[in-house]
Design a protein around this ligand. Structure first.
Ligand SMILES: Nc1ccn([C@@H]2O[C@H](COP(=O)(O)OP(=O)(O)OP(=O)(O)O)[C@@H](O)[C@H]2O)c(=O)n1
Ligand SMILES: C[C@](O)(CO)[C@H](O)COP(=O)(O)O
Length: 203
């Protein structure tokens, strides 16, 4: 998901293109997805909020327009940019109407540290559970340990921005998976988050 406004970052650069150390945020996620054993194709949601991200994907990842040519390893889909849930629902609708019947892992473009290994393990957990959807949460304790401010807290759990569901625009019953990995807490929303992430890497 790379179509958000990135308001909290207060940068002129679109958030997915915000340079963190040597590359744009979105590149970390794309490279980690590419190296995941259990991921076949990568579809990037862009929106009127992120036109330069679309150009970047075409130039650097040879991304195609998914609705015209879905055979590329990387493709993008133009969403309205109305909000996370609205845009995800728009995408599921398009996938369903295109006759796709796939498992979809959604991941936010602001999670530079989620490793291929974690993505693979979460998918393995999904395939061994009985639900059609899965939401991954990180425990609040990790956020507190590193003084990271979470966006939402439910019962001491924070939605990580990593979810799995099927390609249908329907309400899907889900399993909650709690993954106590530090990498899930590094969600870059503000310049303070960038600083905390940099400090950790410099340790
Ligand atoms: N209409 C939207 C809204 C969000 N996202 C994506 O969903 C993730 C989480 O979004 P969130 O942090 O809520 O929004 P941001 O745009 O990243 O930041 P802000 O809330 O500060 O505007 C991000 O990767 C963002 O690009 C998206 O693809 N489309
Ligand atoms: C809304 C969300 O994408 C659900 O997975 C996630 O919680 C957004 O987190 P952020 O901290 O606002 O990036």
């Amino acid at each position: 998901m790379a179509g958000g406004r990135g308001k909290r970052l207060k940068s002129k650069t679109e958030k997915p293109l915000f340079k963190f150390r040597d590359k744009p945020l979105v590149s970390y996620v794309l490279n980690n997805l590419k190296n995941s054993k259990n991921v076949n194709k990568i579809l990037i949601a862009i929106s009127p909020n992120t036109p330069k991200t679309k150009d970047y994907l075409i130039e650097n990842y040879n991304a195609s327009d998914f609705l015209k040519d879905s055979n590329h390893e990387f493709s993008y889909i133009d969403t309205p940019g109305d909000g996370y849930v609205e845009d995800l629902s728009f995408i599921l609708d398009k996938l369903e109407n295109n006759g796709l019947n796939e498992v979809i892992l959604t991941i936010n473009s602001d999670l530079p540290f989620i490793s291929s290994d974690t993505i693979d393990k979460v998918l393995e957990e999904y395939y061994s559970c009985d639900e059609i959807a899965m939401s991954v949460f990180a425990p609040l304790t990790i956020f507190n340990d590193y003084s990271i401010e979470p966006s939402f807290v439910f019962d001491d759990l924070i939605p990580s921005g990593l979810n799995i569901l099927i390609s249908k625009n329907i309400i899907q019953s889900e399993k909650k998976l709690i993954v106590p990995n530090l990498e899930l807490a590094f969600n870059i929303n503000t310049l303070e988050d960038v600083e905390i992430a940099n400090n950790l890497l410099n340790q």
